[in-house]
Write a protein that binds this ligand. Structure first.
Ligand code: RAM
Length: 973
């Protein structure tokens, strides 16, 4: 394994970084407007797209007072229409994000330019912004002339990937051309021998029975006057391949099909369409088998030369069949397509005795291997993949039935570049056999994923924490692939609701997921049962409906609320409110006469390290505690969403449900003194963070109990999927942020950093996906690329660095950094209003803070020990306040054992001192913690005397000596 501390040189993802330009102070500029959540507004599905813009200015306290929008219809689309412009009047509003479309609705294929200008409170006008060009796609079934065509008979889910083709003639005066295209399965389209676009695994995955994305490409440049050819190859993908962990395949149907509509517009205003219909023909292609889980086999000798060019001899080609697929499922995407996002070189390549080549890419990733191979016609090349090695071999057992093997049969002598088309793998290592004389530069890893725009960065003084954060980013990149998935490698890769429920806040900081998750939520609503139940994963594939399950099904309420909190998207809330209401009602129906949700199946605090390896739901926290707590949460979020939308009657109804359930929780699960059923960290974290405890007395006791549990656990992780994202917040809110730091800084297992110290480059599914001895956890459910436990990064952004939203869309920032053991940390985020940044460092006995507040926004600033915040408007600021570093209170005999444990250097010193006594051995510090826990309120002197008496009866070791040594040196120095 490579040094875990240093990220691979090429690990920096493609990052778009907006500079807060050196605008001369006061000058106000607006960026070109953005359209809904689209990065590339071509072929959009909204006839009234909402618009956003950012303002750059060096002036402080800038707030928009008015804005004006201008529209101009432009050529280039395929719709006809005279060019004309229109401008709104000045609109008195401070709103800059997702403002309503002020013009007449757009028609299909309409192409317009939009500009904006604004004034601040001083009335000074900005110049008109640069223009954004947007173009609508096909908006209704009537816009489609194309029919789905297939090469497959019903009931035959096997067979090579078919090639489809059609020739047509193009006139000289072509103005523009658009290809609208999708498939049942996956498509790769070609025009005149060239690939259309740069998407991979298109059209992506949605809940196909309800929604199928089509893509829009500007193909003007690919066409030629005269004879042209349009072709496409179809793979199985999610539609017809294996899908799900129970061995099912062809879940959506057994006929792959292509839908393509090429629209040409000429200078004289005439139009021409080339659409899929019975005039198309097909032939089996070179991809003999393809499957997302199992990999792909291509015999390159079988690719008919020139099939995607005009003039190809199509005598052997057969007529395609037309299918009756309902065009109402066709919809334009809300988020970005899947693309190749990066290429990584191999970091090592070695030859095994059996003649295969083992390649290490230094980074666990998602995509495939690109090989430049040589060897004569008929040479077989085989590529196998794995995330980890065991005994020097690929550890493929965790892949279960996903054999993840790509094979190629070469067609030519000389070099051939090999890449699969219709599969992907999760891997760091690959084993290649076949091609002779492979060198390290012949092999690269191609990283793929939904091509999201990076928006968030974090850095700090602990390189291990930085690598942890980098691992979170990589697990997100690998699992944001069409839908948010649990893992990218085994026979699963599903849109597990619980995983994204906990990870959504982290995701929304790191990348712009506004469109991506909005799309997934449409699927969630579509797949929701009539009873409001939300399936375990979306898109839903279950043969029989999954039962309502707390913290998983609650994605229905949590994810929309997170998106609103981060992107101020009221439209999304309005669209999801019925789904939120339906789920909350469904969960409420699961309660019994006590008002608690106690019956039925639950995942509980999934993968609590205390749960047996084969029973991950059997952790410390009773499932009914999780379920009832989450019912309160969902009721509250539904109420908040309704209130935001002005639906006050609905809001009241769900506030009441939340109150009733909160009371039931307290009655059934909490003692008068604040002990909670199960007495585990997750139970306290839920109760504290979701505000479930009625009296201040109970809250105080519960906070203290949680802190003591964290201490007595030796600062090791004792939470699963549910508790892990909450525990640091709960400790912080309880005034125990120093314990949150101790948990996060822990390097011993189980902890966040243990995998990092062992070379992890992504977040593992289990705290012990690798066992302490370095072997792969033998359980069948062991992934090395699962973002769920990486949800802690959200706390790192909000609390460690101190950059949190205090109002939807970060219109107001909460800057409240928690220094802890670090000497510096920073977070930077492209909010909907512009770039925000918080950076702090400890230096020369002072705490230095610098903050960037985007124009249009305000911030509350909390310096260490502040009881009330300072409020500032937009601008750049810095503060310095005295902050003595390294001066932990000097230890005294009367110090309590609790304080001793909390003071990491003193505690470590005591552990060392005791271990140095001849004959005393502890397995590790936890053994001493066990002895300390019953004595938390005793003095250090008392504890050490008792300890010495217990440990070394009759051997005369002097407690006073130990105490003196403990007190002697300042361990913080
Ligand atoms: C596993 C998934 C996922 C989790 C469910 C409950 O199969 O990988 O992470 O949400 O179980």
């Amino acid at each position: 394994m490579t040094n875990p501390i240093t990220p691979p040189a090429s690990a920096t993802p493609r990052a778009s970084q907006t500079q807060l330009a050196d605008v001369s102070l006061g000058a106000v500029r607006t960026t070109a407007p953005t359209v809904e959540h689209h990065d590339e507004p071509l072929g959009i599905g909204e006839e009234r797209p909402r618009l956003s813009w950012r303002v750059t200015t060096g002036a402080r306290n800038w707030v928009q007072e008015r804005y004006q929008l201008a529209i101009r219809r432009v050529g280039g689309g395929t719709a006809r229409g005279a060019e004309h412009g229109d401008t709104t009047g000045w609109i008195d509003s401070a709103e800059q994000v997702l403002v309503d479309w002020p013009f007449a609705p757009l028609a299909a294929r309409e192409r317009v330019e939009i500009r904006v200008r604004v004034t601040g409170e001083d009335g000074v006008e900005s110049p008109w912004s640069p223009a954004t060009t947007l173009e609508t796609g096909l908006l209704a079934p009537r816009d489609w002339d194309a029919r789905f065509i297939t090469a497959d008979g019903p009931g035959e889910p096997d067979g090579p990937a078919p090639l489809f083709r059609r020739e047509f003639t193009v006139r000289k005066d072509l103005l523009s051309a658009r290809l609208y295209i999708t498939a049942q399965g996956l498509y790769e389209a070609r025009i005149n021998g060239r690939r259309v676009g740069d998407h991979v695994l298109a059209p992506g995955w949605t809940s196909y029975r309800h929604r199928l994305h089509y893509q829009t490409y500007d193909v003007t440049e690919l066409l030629l006057p005269g004879a042209n050819a349009l072709g496409a190859m179809l793979g199985n993908g999610w539609y017809r391949g294996y899908l799900g962990y129970w061995g099912a395949r062809a879940l959506y149907g057994d006929q792959r099909a292509l839908l393509a509509q090429l629209e040409l517009r000429y200078a004289d205003g005439t139009e021409q369409r080339v659409v899929t219909d019975a005039d198309w023909s097909w032939l089996p292609g070179p991809v003999l088998t393809d499957d997302l889980y199992r990999g792909e086999h291509a015999d390159l000798r079988k690719e008919p030369a020139g099939w995607d060019r005009a003039g190809h001899d199509a005598a052997r080609w057969q007529a395609a069949d037309v299918l009756d697929t309902d065009p109402r499922i066709l919809t334009a995407p809300d988020g970005p397509p899947i693309r190749r996002t990066e290429t990584l070189p191999a970091v090592s390549l070695s030859e095994s005795s059996s003649g295969t080549t083992l390649v290490d890419f230094g980074q666990n990733l998602v995509g495939w291997v690109r090989i430049t191979a040589s060897g004569g016609p008929g040479t077989e090349v085989t590529v196998r993949h794995a995330e980890v090695l065991q005994n020097g071999e690929l550890a493929t057992r965790p892949l279960r039935t996903a054999t993840s093997t790509d094979t190629y049969t070469l067609a030519e002598t000389g070099e051939t570049v090999l890449e699969p088309r219709f599969t992907f793998h999760g891997f760091r290592y690959a084993e290649i056999s076949g091609p002779p004389g492979l060198a390290i530069h012949d092999v690269e890893a191609v990283v793929i994923g939904s091509d999201l725009r990076r928006t968030g960065w974090f850095s700090c003084s602990d390189p291990l924490l930085e690598r942890l954060h980098e691992n979170v980013v990589w697990s997100m990149r690998g699992n944001f692939l069409a839908v948010p998935t649990d893992c990218p490698q085994r026979d699963e890769r599903l849109g597990w609701t619980g995983d994204i429920q906990v990870f959504a806040p982290t995701a929304a900081f790191l990348y712009d997921v506004g469109g991506f998750l909005a799309s997934w939520l449409r699927d969630l609503s579509a797949d929701q049962g009539k009873d409001g139940n939300v399936p375990w994963f979306v898109p839903d594939l279950m043969p029989t409906p999954s039962p309502p399950t707390a913290a998983w099904s609650d994605a229905a309420t949590v994810v929309p609320w997170v998106l609103h909190e981060r992107y101020v998207d009221r439209g999304l809330l309005a669209r999801q409110l019925p789904s939120m209401v339906a789920w909350t009602d469904c969960a409420a129906r699961e309660t019994d006469e006590t008002g608690c949700w106690r019956a039925g199946f639950q995942f509980g605090d999934w993968l609590d390290p205390a749960a047996p390896a084969d029973a991950p739901s059997a952790g410390r926290t009773p499932p009914e505690v999780v379920a009832t707590a989450y019912l309160v949460r969902s009721a509250e979020l539904t109420s908040l969403a309704a209130e935001t939308l002005g639906e006050l009657e609905t809001a009241r109804r769900y506030t009441e449900l939340a109150e009733r359930t909160r009371a039931a929780f307290a009655r059934e699960y909490v003692t008068a003194s604040g002990r909670i059923l199960g007495d585990g960290q997750t139970a306290y974290a839920l109760a504290l963070h979701f505000d479930l405890l009625p009296t201040p007395e109970q809250r105080r006791h519960a906070a203290r109990r949680l802190a003591d549990l964290v201490r007595s656990g030796g600062f090791r992780i004792a939470t699963g999927f549910v508790g892990t994202p909450l525990i640091l917040d709960a400790l912080t809110e309880a005034g125990e942020a120093h314990l949150a730091h101790r948990l996060l800084a822990q390097r011993q297992a189980p902890s966040w950093l243990d995998p990092v110290t062992r070379g992890a480059t992504t977040i593992w599914e289990r705290w012990d996906s690798l066992l302490p001895d370095g072997s792969v956890n033998p359980d069948g459910m062991t992934s090395f690329n699962h973002y769920a436990l990486g949800a802690v990064a959200d706390w790192m952004h909000r609390s460690l660095a101190g950059l949190a939203p205090a109002a939807p869309g970060y219109r107001s920032l909460r800057v409240r950094p928690l220094p802890g053991y670090l000497t510096r940390a920073s977070a930077r985020h492209l909010t909907p209003y512009g770039e925000a940044e918080v950076a702090w460092r400890l230096d020369d006995g002072a705490f230095h803070l610098s903050v960037v507040v985007p124009p249009g926004c305000t911030a509350e600033i909390w310096l260490p020990d502040d009881r009330v915040p300072e409020h500032v408007g937009s601008g750049r600021y810095s503060w310095s306040v005295p902050y003595p570093v390294g001066a932990g209170a000097q230890l005294q005999r009367t110090t309590s054992v609790r304080s001793l444990i909390d003071d990491e250097p003193s505690w470590t010193r005591l552990v060392k001192l005791l271990q140095s006594i001849e004959g005393v051995t502890f397995a590790d510090d936890r053994a001493l913690v066990k002895l300390a826990v019953p004595n938390l309120d005793r003095s250090v002197a008392d504890f050490v005397s008792r300890l010495v008496a217990d440990l070394r009866p009759g051997r005369g070791v002097d407690a006073a000596e130990i105490l003196a040594e403990l007190e002697e040196a300042d361990p913080h120095a």
